[in-house]
Design a binder for this molecule. Sequence first.
Ligand code: B12
Ligand code: SF4
Length: 459
Amino acid sequence: MKVVLIVPNFDTYVITPQLGVMYLSSYLKSNGIEAVIIDALRDNLKYNQIIDKVEKEKPDFVGIHCLSSFFKQVCDITKLLKERNYKVYIGGVHATFSPYTTLKESGCDYVMCGEGETPLLKLCKNNFVNNNIQGVYSLSDLKDDSHQINGCPILKAEVIENLDELPFPDWEQCPPDSYPQAPHAVVAKNYPIGIITTSRGCPFRCAFCSSHNFYKGVRFRSIENVITEIKWQIEKFKIKELQFIDDNLTLKKSYALELCRRMQEENIKIDWTPINGIRADSLDDEVAVAMKDAGCYLVDFGIEAVNKDILKRIKKGETIETITNAINCANKAGMITIGNFIFGLPGETKETIQEAIDYAVNSKLDRAGFFALNVLPGSDIANELKTKGVEIKGDSLFSTPDLLVCDLTSRQIEKYIQKAYWKFYFRPRILFNMLKSIPPKQYKYFIKCLIKYNIFKFW
Ligand code: B12
Ligand code: SF4
Protein backbone atom coordinates (compact mmCIF):
# COMPACT_ATOMS: atom_id res chain seq x y z
CA MET A 1 0.00 0.00 0.00
CA LYS A 2 1.21 3.49 -0.81
CA VAL A 3 0.18 6.82 0.67
CA VAL A 4 1.11 10.29 -0.53
CA LEU A 5 1.16 13.12 2.03
CA ILE A 6 0.93 16.67 0.71
CA VAL A 7 2.14 19.87 2.38
CA PRO A 8 0.35 22.59 0.36
CA ASN A 9 2.01 25.65 -1.07
CA PHE A 10 0.77 29.10 -0.07
CA ASP A 11 1.93 32.68 0.15
CA THR A 12 4.29 32.77 3.12
CA TYR A 13 7.86 33.79 3.72
CA VAL A 14 8.48 31.16 6.39
CA ILE A 15 9.31 27.81 4.82
CA THR A 16 10.18 25.04 7.23
CA PRO A 17 9.74 21.26 7.36
CA GLN A 18 6.34 20.07 8.61
CA LEU A 19 7.05 17.86 11.57
CA GLY A 20 3.54 16.39 11.82
CA VAL A 21 3.65 15.05 8.26
CA MET A 22 7.17 13.70 8.80
CA TYR A 23 5.91 11.87 11.91
CA LEU A 24 3.00 10.39 9.94
CA SER A 25 5.32 9.25 7.19
CA SER A 26 7.81 7.51 9.47
CA TYR A 27 4.99 5.95 11.49
CA LEU A 28 3.38 4.48 8.38
CA LYS A 29 6.75 3.26 7.10
CA SER A 30 7.53 1.59 10.41
CA ASN A 31 4.25 -0.28 9.97
CA GLY A 32 5.09 -1.48 6.48
CA ILE A 33 3.19 1.16 4.48
CA GLU A 34 4.96 3.16 1.82
CA ALA A 35 4.66 6.92 2.37
CA VAL A 36 5.80 9.69 0.05
CA ILE A 37 5.86 13.33 1.13
CA ILE A 38 5.25 16.03 -1.47
CA ASP A 39 6.35 19.29 0.13
CA ALA A 40 4.79 21.76 -2.28
CA LEU A 41 5.72 24.68 -0.04
CA ARG A 42 9.43 23.91 -0.04
CA ASP A 43 9.46 23.10 -3.76
CA ASN A 44 7.14 26.00 -4.64
CA LEU A 45 4.89 23.72 -6.66
CA LYS A 46 1.85 24.92 -8.58
CA TYR A 47 -1.35 22.86 -8.47
CA ASN A 48 -0.64 21.08 -11.77
CA GLN A 49 2.86 20.19 -10.58
CA ILE A 50 1.46 18.72 -7.37
CA ILE A 51 -1.04 16.63 -9.33
CA ASP A 52 1.69 15.46 -11.74
CA LYS A 53 3.79 14.33 -8.79
CA VAL A 54 0.85 12.50 -7.22
CA GLU A 55 0.06 10.78 -10.52
CA LYS A 56 3.63 9.65 -10.86
CA GLU A 57 3.50 8.01 -7.43
CA LYS A 58 0.23 6.14 -8.10
CA PRO A 59 -0.80 6.14 -4.42
CA ASP A 60 -3.72 4.25 -2.94
CA PHE A 61 -4.71 7.30 -0.85
CA VAL A 62 -3.68 10.91 -0.58
CA GLY A 63 -3.47 12.78 2.72
CA ILE A 64 -3.28 16.56 2.92
CA HIS A 65 -1.95 18.68 5.79
CA CYS A 66 -4.25 21.59 6.59
CA LEU A 67 -3.85 24.72 8.68
CA SER A 68 -6.44 27.49 8.43
CA SER A 69 -4.12 29.83 6.58
CA PHE A 70 -3.97 27.56 3.54
CA PHE A 71 -7.42 25.97 3.70
CA LYS A 72 -8.31 27.42 0.29
CA GLN A 73 -5.30 25.75 -1.31
CA VAL A 74 -6.20 22.47 0.42
CA CYS A 75 -9.72 22.68 -1.08
CA ASP A 76 -8.36 23.43 -4.57
CA ILE A 77 -5.92 20.51 -4.46
CA THR A 78 -8.59 18.16 -3.11
CA LYS A 79 -10.99 19.06 -5.92
CA LEU A 80 -8.32 18.36 -8.54
CA LEU A 81 -7.55 15.03 -6.89
CA LYS A 82 -11.20 14.05 -6.59
CA GLU A 83 -11.72 14.84 -10.31
CA ARG A 84 -9.07 12.18 -10.86
CA ASN A 85 -10.83 9.76 -8.49
CA TYR A 86 -8.23 9.75 -5.73
CA LYS A 87 -9.27 8.91 -2.19
CA VAL A 88 -8.40 11.94 -0.13
CA TYR A 89 -8.28 12.61 3.59
CA ILE A 90 -7.38 15.84 5.30
CA GLY A 91 -5.78 16.23 8.72
CA GLY A 92 -4.08 18.88 10.84
CA VAL A 93 -5.23 21.69 13.08
CA HIS A 94 -7.80 23.24 10.73
CA ALA A 95 -9.39 19.91 9.86
CA THR A 96 -9.56 19.13 13.59
CA PHE A 97 -11.42 22.28 14.56
CA SER A 98 -13.50 22.78 11.42
CA PRO A 99 -14.20 19.20 10.30
CA TYR A 100 -17.62 19.85 8.79
CA THR A 101 -16.51 22.87 6.74
CA THR A 102 -13.40 21.01 5.67
CA LEU A 103 -15.43 18.05 4.39
CA LYS A 104 -18.08 20.20 2.76
CA GLU A 105 -15.89 22.78 1.08
CA SER A 106 -13.08 20.51 -0.04
CA GLY A 107 -15.10 17.46 -1.10
CA CYS A 108 -12.57 15.12 0.54
CA ASP A 109 -13.58 11.64 1.70
CA TYR A 110 -12.50 11.93 5.32
CA VAL A 111 -11.20 14.39 7.84
CA MET A 112 -9.04 13.28 10.72
CA CYS A 113 -9.37 15.14 14.00
CA GLY A 114 -6.37 15.28 16.29
CA GLU A 115 -3.06 13.47 16.11
CA GLY A 116 -2.92 11.50 12.90
CA GLU A 117 -0.70 8.49 13.54
CA THR A 118 -3.25 6.05 14.98
CA PRO A 119 -6.28 6.83 12.76
CA LEU A 120 -4.19 7.01 9.61
CA LEU A 121 -2.65 3.63 10.21
CA LYS A 122 -6.03 2.12 11.06
CA LEU A 123 -7.59 3.57 7.92
CA CYS A 124 -4.76 2.23 5.78
CA LYS A 125 -5.01 -1.21 7.35
CA ASN A 126 -8.74 -1.11 6.74
CA ASN A 127 -8.24 -0.33 3.08
CA PHE A 128 -9.75 3.13 3.44
CA VAL A 129 -12.99 1.88 5.00
CA ASN A 130 -13.91 3.75 8.14
CA ASN A 131 -15.37 1.24 10.54
CA ASN A 132 -15.83 3.75 13.35
CA ILE A 133 -12.19 4.74 13.66
CA GLN A 134 -12.03 7.34 16.40
CA GLY A 135 -11.30 10.79 14.99
CA VAL A 136 -12.11 9.90 11.36
CA TYR A 137 -15.27 11.43 9.89
CA SER A 138 -17.02 11.79 6.55
CA LEU A 139 -19.97 13.93 5.52
CA SER A 140 -22.28 11.04 6.29
CA ASP A 141 -21.19 11.33 9.95
CA LEU A 142 -21.24 15.11 10.36
CA LYS A 143 -24.45 16.88 9.44
CA ASP A 144 -23.50 20.37 10.52
CA ASP A 145 -20.96 22.59 12.18
CA SER A 146 -21.99 21.65 15.72
CA HIS A 147 -19.06 19.27 16.36
CA GLN A 148 -21.57 16.67 17.48
CA ILE A 149 -22.91 13.36 16.29
CA ASN A 150 -26.36 12.48 17.62
CA GLY A 151 -25.96 15.11 20.32
CA CYS A 152 -22.55 13.82 21.54
CA PRO A 153 -19.34 15.80 20.98
CA ILE A 154 -17.16 14.26 18.28
CA LEU A 155 -14.03 12.57 19.54
CA LYS A 156 -10.50 13.29 18.50
CA ALA A 157 -8.26 10.43 17.47
CA GLU A 158 -6.75 8.02 19.96
CA VAL A 159 -3.26 9.16 20.83
CA ILE A 160 -0.04 7.29 21.36
CA GLU A 161 0.49 7.86 25.07
CA ASN A 162 4.17 6.96 25.10
CA LEU A 163 5.78 9.30 22.59
CA ASP A 164 8.97 7.23 22.66
CA GLU A 165 7.06 4.60 20.67
CA LEU A 166 7.01 6.92 17.69
CA PRO A 167 9.84 6.53 15.21
CA PHE A 168 11.83 9.70 14.57
CA PRO A 169 10.28 11.99 11.95
CA ASP A 170 11.00 11.14 8.32
CA TRP A 171 13.88 13.55 7.81
CA GLU A 172 15.12 11.42 4.91
CA GLN A 173 12.29 12.80 2.78
CA CYS A 174 12.67 16.33 4.08
CA PRO A 175 16.40 16.78 4.59
CA PRO A 176 17.11 20.00 6.50
CA ASP A 177 19.49 21.24 3.79
CA SER A 178 16.73 21.01 1.17
CA TYR A 179 14.88 23.94 2.80
CA PRO A 180 15.57 27.57 1.91
CA GLN A 181 17.07 29.86 4.53
CA ALA A 182 13.60 31.05 5.49
CA PRO A 183 13.27 29.92 9.09
CA HIS A 184 10.87 30.16 11.95
CA ALA A 185 11.42 33.57 13.67
CA VAL A 186 12.79 35.09 10.45
CA VAL A 187 16.50 34.84 11.23
CA ALA A 188 18.74 32.04 12.43
CA LYS A 189 22.45 31.85 13.09
CA ASN A 190 23.41 28.69 11.23
CA TYR A 191 22.06 26.42 8.52
CA PRO A 192 20.82 23.78 7.98
CA ILE A 193 18.34 23.81 10.83
CA GLY A 194 16.93 20.72 12.50
CA ILE A 195 13.55 20.80 14.21
CA ILE A 196 12.53 18.75 17.20
CA THR A 197 9.83 18.51 19.83
CA THR A 198 10.19 16.99 23.28
CA SER A 199 6.49 17.04 24.07
CA ARG A 200 2.97 17.33 22.72
CA GLY A 201 0.43 19.60 24.38
CA CYS A 202 0.12 22.52 26.75
CA PRO A 203 -1.71 22.71 30.09
CA PHE A 204 -2.50 26.44 29.88
CA ARG A 205 -5.64 27.93 28.40
CA CYS A 206 -4.73 31.16 26.63
CA ALA A 207 -7.93 32.33 24.98
CA PHE A 208 -6.36 33.17 21.59
CA CYS A 209 -4.59 29.80 21.18
CA SER A 210 -5.97 26.44 20.13
CA SER A 211 -3.14 24.23 21.27
CA HIS A 212 -4.69 23.23 24.58
CA ASN A 213 -7.91 22.23 22.84
CA PHE A 214 -6.02 20.21 20.25
CA TYR A 215 -3.97 18.07 22.59
CA LYS A 216 -5.69 18.00 26.00
CA GLY A 217 -2.89 17.62 28.52
CA VAL A 218 0.83 17.21 27.94
CA ARG A 219 2.96 14.18 27.11
CA PHE A 220 6.74 14.21 27.19
CA ARG A 221 9.27 12.10 25.37
CA SER A 222 11.99 10.61 27.54
CA ILE A 223 15.12 12.71 27.62
CA GLU A 224 17.17 9.79 26.29
CA ASN A 225 14.87 9.50 23.28
CA VAL A 226 15.27 13.23 22.59
CA ILE A 227 19.07 13.09 23.02
CA THR A 228 19.29 10.15 20.61
CA GLU A 229 17.31 12.07 18.00
CA ILE A 230 19.43 15.19 18.39
CA LYS A 231 22.62 13.17 17.90
CA TRP A 232 21.05 11.43 14.89
CA GLN A 233 20.05 14.73 13.29
CA ILE A 234 23.54 16.12 13.81
CA GLU A 235 25.36 13.04 12.54
CA LYS A 236 23.09 12.04 9.69
CA PHE A 237 21.76 15.38 8.46
CA LYS A 238 24.66 17.61 9.49
CA ILE A 239 22.38 20.16 11.09
CA LYS A 240 24.15 23.22 12.46
CA GLU A 241 21.30 24.62 14.52
CA LEU A 242 18.39 23.06 16.35
CA GLN A 243 14.96 24.58 16.94
CA PHE A 244 12.73 23.11 19.64
CA ILE A 245 9.13 23.70 18.64
CA ASP A 246 7.45 22.60 21.88
CA ASP A 247 4.60 24.78 23.04
CA ASN A 248 6.76 25.46 26.07
CA LEU A 249 10.14 23.75 26.31
CA THR A 250 10.69 24.85 29.90
CA LEU A 251 7.24 23.86 31.13
CA LYS A 252 8.64 21.32 33.59
CA LYS A 253 11.70 22.77 35.26
CA SER A 254 13.22 19.40 36.21
CA TYR A 255 12.82 18.18 32.61
CA ALA A 256 14.40 21.33 31.15
CA LEU A 257 17.36 21.18 33.55
CA GLU A 258 17.92 17.48 32.88
CA LEU A 259 17.74 17.99 29.11
CA CYS A 260 20.37 20.74 29.29
CA ARG A 261 22.55 18.62 31.57
CA ARG A 262 22.38 15.61 29.25
CA MET A 263 23.16 17.74 26.19
CA GLN A 264 26.34 18.91 27.87
CA GLU A 265 27.22 15.47 29.17
CA GLU A 266 26.87 14.08 25.65
CA ASN A 267 29.07 16.89 24.39
CA ILE A 268 26.37 18.02 21.95
CA LYS A 269 27.78 21.22 20.54
CA ILE A 270 25.05 22.98 18.63
CA ASP A 271 23.39 26.37 18.73
CA TRP A 272 19.75 25.91 19.65
CA THR A 273 16.61 27.86 20.50
CA PRO A 274 13.17 27.15 21.98
CA ILE A 275 11.90 29.01 18.96
CA ASN A 276 8.21 28.57 19.47
CA GLY A 277 8.38 30.65 22.61
CA ILE A 278 8.46 29.77 26.26
CA ARG A 279 6.26 31.14 28.99
CA ALA A 280 7.92 33.80 31.07
CA ASP A 281 6.80 32.12 34.29
CA SER A 282 8.80 29.03 33.40
CA LEU A 283 12.17 30.77 33.22
CA ASP A 284 14.32 31.62 36.21
CA ASP A 285 18.05 32.20 36.63
CA GLU A 286 18.84 28.52 37.13
CA VAL A 287 17.04 27.41 33.95
CA ALA A 288 18.38 30.34 31.91
CA VAL A 289 22.00 29.58 32.86
CA ALA A 290 21.53 25.85 32.20
CA MET A 291 20.07 26.63 28.76
CA LYS A 292 22.87 29.00 27.85
CA ASP A 293 25.52 26.49 29.00
CA ALA A 294 23.90 23.81 26.86
CA GLY A 295 24.06 25.95 23.69
CA CYS A 296 20.84 27.96 23.69
CA TYR A 297 21.57 31.39 22.19
CA LEU A 298 18.11 32.88 21.87
CA VAL A 299 14.87 32.77 23.84
CA ASP A 300 11.52 33.70 22.43
CA PHE A 301 8.71 34.80 24.77
CA GLY A 302 5.00 34.93 24.02
CA ILE A 303 4.27 38.16 25.89
CA GLU A 304 1.07 39.00 23.96
CA ALA A 305 -0.02 41.97 26.14
CA VAL A 306 1.20 43.97 29.10
CA ASN A 307 -2.06 45.49 30.24
CA LYS A 308 -3.30 43.75 33.39
CA ASP A 309 -6.94 43.54 32.29
CA ILE A 310 -6.07 42.16 28.87
CA LEU A 311 -3.70 39.58 30.35
CA LYS A 312 -6.57 38.49 32.57
CA ARG A 313 -9.10 38.42 29.74
CA ILE A 314 -6.87 36.25 27.57
CA LYS A 315 -6.23 33.92 30.53
CA LYS A 316 -2.51 34.15 30.07
CA GLY A 317 -1.91 33.54 33.76
CA GLU A 318 1.15 35.81 33.85
CA THR A 319 1.90 39.26 35.15
CA ILE A 320 4.09 41.94 33.70
CA GLU A 321 6.49 41.42 36.61
CA THR A 322 6.99 37.75 35.69
CA ILE A 323 7.59 38.72 32.09
CA THR A 324 10.15 41.38 32.98
CA ASN A 325 11.88 39.01 35.36
CA ALA A 326 12.17 36.29 32.69
CA ILE A 327 13.59 38.72 30.11
CA ASN A 328 16.16 39.82 32.67
CA CYS A 329 17.12 36.22 33.52
CA ALA A 330 17.64 35.37 29.85
CA ASN A 331 19.55 38.58 29.35
CA LYS A 332 21.83 38.02 32.30
CA ALA A 333 22.56 34.50 31.07
CA GLY A 334 23.70 36.05 27.78
CA MET A 335 20.94 34.95 25.42
CA ILE A 336 19.23 37.04 22.74
CA THR A 337 15.64 37.77 23.76
CA ILE A 338 12.60 38.07 21.51
CA GLY A 339 9.19 39.20 22.73
CA ASN A 340 6.01 38.64 20.75
CA PHE A 341 2.99 40.87 21.15
CA ILE A 342 -0.57 40.58 19.82
CA PHE A 343 -2.57 43.70 18.97
CA GLY A 344 -6.36 43.61 18.80
CA LEU A 345 -7.03 41.31 21.75
CA PRO A 346 -10.34 41.62 23.63
CA GLY A 347 -10.39 44.89 25.52
CA GLU A 348 -7.62 46.43 23.38
CA THR A 349 -7.62 50.22 23.04
CA LYS A 350 -5.17 52.77 21.64
CA GLU A 351 -3.88 53.19 25.17
CA THR A 352 -3.24 49.48 25.81
CA ILE A 353 -1.40 49.19 22.51
CA GLN A 354 0.70 52.21 23.40
CA GLU A 355 1.39 50.56 26.76
CA ALA A 356 2.69 47.48 24.97
CA ILE A 357 4.86 49.52 22.59
CA ASP A 358 6.30 51.53 25.47
CA TYR A 359 6.99 48.35 27.39
CA ALA A 360 8.75 46.73 24.44
CA VAL A 361 10.89 49.79 23.78
CA ASN A 362 11.88 50.23 27.42
CA SER A 363 12.51 46.54 28.04
CA LYS A 364 15.75 44.65 27.58
CA LEU A 365 14.32 42.74 24.62
CA ASP A 366 16.67 42.45 21.64
CA ARG A 367 13.95 41.73 19.11
CA ALA A 368 10.20 41.98 19.03
CA GLY A 369 7.35 40.73 16.88
CA PHE A 370 4.04 42.59 16.73
CA PHE A 371 1.10 40.70 15.28
CA ALA A 372 -2.59 41.28 14.71
CA LEU A 373 -4.89 38.85 16.44
CA ASN A 374 -5.86 36.02 14.12
CA VAL A 375 -8.95 34.36 15.58
CA LEU A 376 -8.01 30.72 15.22
CA PRO A 377 -10.58 27.91 15.05
CA GLY A 378 -10.46 25.92 18.26
CA SER A 379 -9.40 28.87 20.42
CA ASP A 380 -11.69 30.03 23.23
CA ILE A 381 -12.11 33.43 21.53
CA ALA A 382 -13.26 31.65 18.36
CA ASN A 383 -15.57 29.31 20.26
CA GLU A 384 -17.24 32.26 21.94
CA LEU A 385 -17.71 34.12 18.65
CA LYS A 386 -19.10 30.96 17.08
CA THR A 387 -21.90 30.83 19.63
CA LYS A 388 -22.87 34.30 18.35
CA GLY A 389 -23.03 32.97 14.80
CA VAL A 390 -19.74 34.47 13.58
CA GLU A 391 -17.95 32.45 10.90
CA ILE A 392 -14.38 31.63 11.92
CA LYS A 393 -11.81 31.27 9.18
CA GLY A 394 -8.52 31.93 10.97
CA ASP A 395 -6.73 32.52 7.71
CA SER A 396 -5.20 35.96 8.12
CA LEU A 397 -1.44 36.08 8.27
CA PHE A 398 -1.01 38.16 11.40
CA SER A 399 -0.21 41.52 9.81
CA THR A 400 -3.89 42.35 9.57
CA PRO A 401 -6.74 41.17 11.82
CA ASP A 402 -9.29 38.79 10.33
CA LEU A 403 -12.02 39.49 12.90
CA LEU A 404 -12.32 42.38 15.30
CA VAL A 405 -12.89 41.62 18.97
CA CYS A 406 -12.08 45.09 20.29
CA ASP A 407 -13.20 48.62 19.46
CA LEU A 408 -10.29 49.43 17.16
CA THR A 409 -10.53 49.18 13.37
CA SER A 410 -8.35 46.91 11.24
CA ARG A 411 -6.61 49.94 9.81
CA GLN A 412 -5.79 51.25 13.29
CA ILE A 413 -4.35 47.91 14.31
CA GLU A 414 -2.26 47.65 11.13
CA LYS A 415 -0.91 51.16 11.69
CA TYR A 416 -0.03 50.42 15.29
CA ILE A 417 1.85 47.33 14.16
CA GLN A 418 3.92 49.44 11.76
CA LYS A 419 4.44 52.05 14.44
CA ALA A 420 5.56 49.39 16.92
CA TYR A 421 8.11 47.97 14.49
CA TRP A 422 9.49 51.43 13.75
CA LYS A 423 9.69 52.45 17.38
CA PHE A 424 11.27 49.18 18.39
CA TYR A 425 13.78 48.54 15.62
CA PHE A 426 14.92 52.00 14.60
CA ARG A 427 17.17 52.45 17.60
CA PRO A 428 20.98 52.18 17.31
CA ARG A 429 21.44 49.35 19.86
CA ILE A 430 18.72 47.20 18.35
CA LEU A 431 19.66 47.85 14.73
CA PHE A 432 23.33 47.22 15.36
CA ASN A 433 22.73 43.99 17.27
CA MET A 434 20.19 42.82 14.76
CA LEU A 435 22.49 43.38 11.79
CA LYS A 436 25.33 41.75 13.69
CA SER A 437 23.27 38.65 14.29
CA ILE A 438 21.95 38.15 10.76
CA PRO A 439 24.17 36.07 8.48
CA PRO A 440 24.89 38.33 5.42
CA LYS A 441 23.42 35.67 3.12
CA GLN A 442 20.11 36.30 4.78
CA TYR A 443 19.89 40.09 4.31
CA LYS A 444 17.78 39.81 1.16
CA TYR A 445 15.31 37.48 2.81
CA PHE A 446 15.14 39.65 5.90
CA ILE A 447 14.29 42.75 3.86
CA LYS A 448 11.59 40.78 2.02
CA CYS A 449 10.02 39.93 5.38
CA LEU A 450 10.06 43.57 6.45
CA ILE A 451 8.32 44.55 3.21
CA LYS A 452 5.73 41.82 3.70
CA TYR A 453 4.92 43.30 7.09
CA ASN A 454 4.62 46.79 5.56
CA ILE A 455 7.32 48.01 7.91
CA PHE A 456 8.61 50.49 5.34
CA LYS A 457 5.28 52.31 5.16
CA PHE A 458 5.21 55.40 7.35
CA TRP A 459 2.26 55.48 9.68
C1 B12 B 1 6.11 24.74 14.87
C2 B12 B 1 4.93 25.55 14.43
C3 B12 B 1 5.13 26.38 13.36
C4 B12 B 1 6.44 26.47 12.60
C5 B12 B 1 6.58 25.30 11.67
C6 B12 B 1 5.38 25.12 10.77
C7 B12 B 1 5.44 23.84 10.02
N1 B12 B 1 5.98 23.84 8.84
O1 B12 B 1 5.00 22.87 10.56
C8 B12 B 1 6.29 27.81 11.86
C9 B12 B 1 6.86 28.94 12.64
C10 B12 B 1 6.92 27.90 10.49
C11 B12 B 1 4.80 27.97 11.88
C12 B12 B 1 4.19 28.76 11.02
C13 B12 B 1 2.85 28.93 11.02
N2 B12 B 1 1.99 28.53 11.97
CO1 B12 B 1 2.45 27.34 13.38
N3 B12 B 1 2.70 26.16 14.77
C14 B12 B 1 3.70 25.44 15.09
C15 B12 B 1 3.36 24.59 16.33
C16 B12 B 1 3.94 25.26 17.54
C17 B12 B 1 3.79 23.16 16.30
C18 B12 B 1 3.43 22.42 15.03
C19 B12 B 1 4.02 21.05 15.09
O2 B12 B 1 4.98 20.73 14.42
N4 B12 B 1 3.47 20.20 15.94
C20 B12 B 1 3.94 18.85 16.14
C21 B12 B 1 3.32 17.91 15.12
C22 B12 B 1 3.63 16.49 15.53
O3 B12 B 1 1.90 18.08 15.16
P1 B12 B 1 1.04 18.63 13.91
O4 B12 B 1 1.83 19.40 12.98
O5 B12 B 1 -0.20 19.23 14.44
O6 B12 B 1 0.65 17.26 13.16
C23 B12 B 1 -0.17 16.26 13.75
C24 B12 B 1 -1.67 16.45 13.53
O7 B12 B 1 -2.05 17.77 13.28
C25 B12 B 1 -2.02 15.55 12.41
N5 B12 B 1 -1.83 16.00 11.04
C26 B12 B 1 -1.16 17.03 10.54
N6 B12 B 1 -1.19 17.03 9.19
C27 B12 B 1 -1.89 15.97 8.83
C28 B12 B 1 -2.21 15.49 7.58
C29 B12 B 1 -2.97 14.32 7.49
C30 B12 B 1 -3.31 13.78 6.16
C31 B12 B 1 -3.40 13.65 8.66
C32 B12 B 1 -4.20 12.43 8.59
C33 B12 B 1 -3.07 14.14 9.92
C34 B12 B 1 -2.32 15.29 9.99
O8 B12 B 1 -1.13 14.46 12.62
C35 B12 B 1 0.15 14.99 13.00
C36 B12 B 1 0.90 13.98 13.84
O9 B12 B 1 0.20 13.68 15.01
C37 B12 B 1 1.81 24.68 16.33
C38 B12 B 1 1.16 24.60 17.71
C39 B12 B 1 0.93 23.18 18.10
N7 B12 B 1 1.27 22.87 19.28
O10 B12 B 1 0.48 22.36 17.30
C40 B12 B 1 1.55 26.00 15.65
C41 B12 B 1 0.31 26.14 14.81
C42 B12 B 1 0.10 24.88 14.01
N8 B12 B 1 0.66 27.22 13.89
C43 B12 B 1 -0.32 27.98 13.62
C44 B12 B 1 -0.27 29.02 12.67
C45 B12 B 1 -1.47 29.92 12.60
C46 B12 B 1 0.83 29.19 11.84
C47 B12 B 1 0.96 30.18 10.68
C48 B12 B 1 -0.23 30.23 9.79
C49 B12 B 1 1.34 31.52 11.25
C50 B12 B 1 1.44 32.61 10.19
N9 B12 B 1 0.44 33.41 10.12
O11 B12 B 1 2.39 32.68 9.46
C51 B12 B 1 2.20 29.66 9.94
C52 B12 B 1 1.90 28.64 8.82
C53 B12 B 1 3.18 28.30 8.10
C54 B12 B 1 3.32 26.91 7.59
N10 B12 B 1 4.31 26.75 6.76
O12 B12 B 1 2.62 25.97 7.90
C55 B12 B 1 -1.56 27.60 14.38
C56 B12 B 1 -2.53 26.92 13.41
C57 B12 B 1 -3.93 27.29 13.69
C58 B12 B 1 -4.83 26.84 12.63
N11 B12 B 1 -6.09 26.85 12.95
O13 B12 B 1 -4.47 26.51 11.54
C59 B12 B 1 -0.99 26.67 15.50
C60 B12 B 1 -1.93 25.56 15.95
C61 B12 B 1 -0.62 27.55 16.73
C62 B12 B 1 -1.76 28.27 17.37
N12 B12 B 1 -1.62 29.53 17.39
O14 B12 B 1 -2.76 27.82 17.84
N13 B12 B 1 4.23 27.22 12.84
S1 SF4 C 1 -0.21 30.38 24.01
FE1 SF4 C 1 1.36 28.95 24.71
S2 SF4 C 1 0.97 28.79 26.94
FE2 SF4 C 1 -0.87 29.64 26.05
S3 SF4 C 1 -2.20 27.88 25.66
FE3 SF4 C 1 -1.07 28.30 23.74
S4 SF4 C 1 0.72 27.01 23.81
FE4 SF4 C 1 -0.13 27.10 25.91
